[in-house]
Design a protein. Structure first.
Length: 393
């Protein structure tokens, strides 16, 4: 009979890789140190494989096809982000068996043998697995392109995965990858719901996961926590097990949390319990991440391609209007295309939407595009300065 020997959840912020000047390095270092503690837990528990449950940031699955749940089931699991590439062995016997069983359990799973995963998975590979010879089984959860799976549906998926684990001989680690409160690319980017995060963590420390599982996805969207859906899969797999907080870093735009559930090193808190319910505004519908309008597809396609094609990024930095013309952007979109190279974060501190978001760009896709385009710009400037110094000397 199989066994869950380790269960953990971690942040995966892109800034951990790119380390832009807007971030506090001490906070990023604290995240990485906590993630490496999770790696030490893997050394102690010696799993035969790691199920990594993560989300997408319009990196792998795009508007041409957006699965709700997907299993990555190729011979190798590949991830790419910020110039780093990963190729880990997939535990194919487990992945293929799980895929069959989940379909039998009523989950219409998608699967891919060649998906190139993004930083939600790459962060786990970099700082939790960190070169350990542990094969993986990645599971994708849609967290940003509505309609999203409900928290209870994610929990049900976790319960079905646990049935698969129990039917097999392997020792399994489950790693949920997802940030806590943040609103990347939206007008509320600089105002994370830290109070909600502290409340949610206090419940998780007590194993009281039902208060989170009972939330609607619209409520999770309200508090910037749709990315916690992979954690709901974890809760379904482990039940009401109390969590141990390793770190929580409230950055200017994001709540970074790393928690360990199995095995824990600490007993559940004995102090005053948090209030049983969070006071949601319940304004109706998704407030921050909505389904992009088909009319904005060319713009969203451009910001997607810019994240994957270095040559296109260089062309944009050299002649943005030409790139905009090639992608058949509207006159209004073309007028604002220069903002992709603007490294000022004032627009995200102003409580206003980015100009391209106002024109139809998906907020998260846009922000991730800005991260890589601006990193490319910094790289090109460094190269130019180096060349000038060589000529001067």
């Amino acid at each position: 009979m199989g066994q869950v020997v380790a269960a953990m959840a971690t942040v995966h912020a892109p800034q951990l890789f790119t380390r832009p000047p807007s971030e506090d390095p001490a906070q990023l270092d604290a995240d990485i140190a906590a993630m490496r503690q999770l790696g030490q837990t893997l050394d102690e528990t010696k799993p035969d494989l790691a199920i990594v449950v993560g989300s997408d940031h319009l990196e792998t699955f795009f508007l041409s096809s957006v699965p709700t749940f997907a299993v990555i089931a190729g011979e190798r699991t590949n991830a790419v982000f910020a110039g780093r590439e990963y190729s880990l062995p997939t535990h194919l016997p487990f992945a293929e068996h799980m895929l069959d069983e989940l379909v039998h359990e009523g989950f219409d799973m998608a699967y891919s043998q060649d998906a190139e995963l993004g930083h939600s998975f790459a962060a786990v590979f970099e700082w939790v697995l960190e070169g350990r010879a542990i094969p993986v089984v990645p599971i994708f959860i849609n967290t940003y392109l509505p309609p999203l799976p409900t928290a209870r549906r994610a929990e049900a998926l976790g319960k079905a995965i646990r049935k698969v684990i129990d039917s097999r001989p392997e020792r399994v680690a489950i790693i949920a990858s997802g940030g806590m409160s943040h609103y990347p690319g939206t007008w509320k980017y600089s105002q994370p719901a830290f109070d909600f995060d502290y409340w949610a963590i206090a419940h998780m420390e007590r194993g009281n996961h039902d208060v989170l599982l009972d939330m609607t996805v619209e409520q999770l969207d309200e508090v910037g926590n749709t990315e916690i859906l992979p954690w709901m899969v974890l809760f379904g797999a482990i039940g009401k097990v109390p969590g141990e907080l390793l770190t929580y870093q409230p950055t200017w735009h994001h709540g970074h949390a790393v928690m360990r559930f199995i095995p824990t090193r600490a007993a559940a808190p004995q102090g005053e319990a948090p209030k049983p319910k969070w006071d949601f505004q319940n304004l109706g519908g998704y407030q921050f991440y909505k389904h992009p309008a088909p009319a904005s597809y060319p713009l969203n396609k451009l910001i997607y391609d810019l994240r994957h094609k270095q040559r296109l990024r260089i062309e944009l930095l050299e002649d943005p209007k030409k790139v905009a013309t090639n992608y058949h952007l509207s006159p209004a979109e073309m007028e604002k295309i220069d903002t992709l190279a603007d490294e000022s974060i004032d627009v995200f501190r102003s409580l206003k939407s980015h100009p391209l978001v106002e024109l139809g760009a998906h907020p998260l896709g846009l922000l991730m595009c800005l991260v890589v385009v601006q990193a490319e710009g910094r790289r090109l400037r460094r190269e130019k300065e180096s060349q000038q110094q060589q000529v001067a000397s």
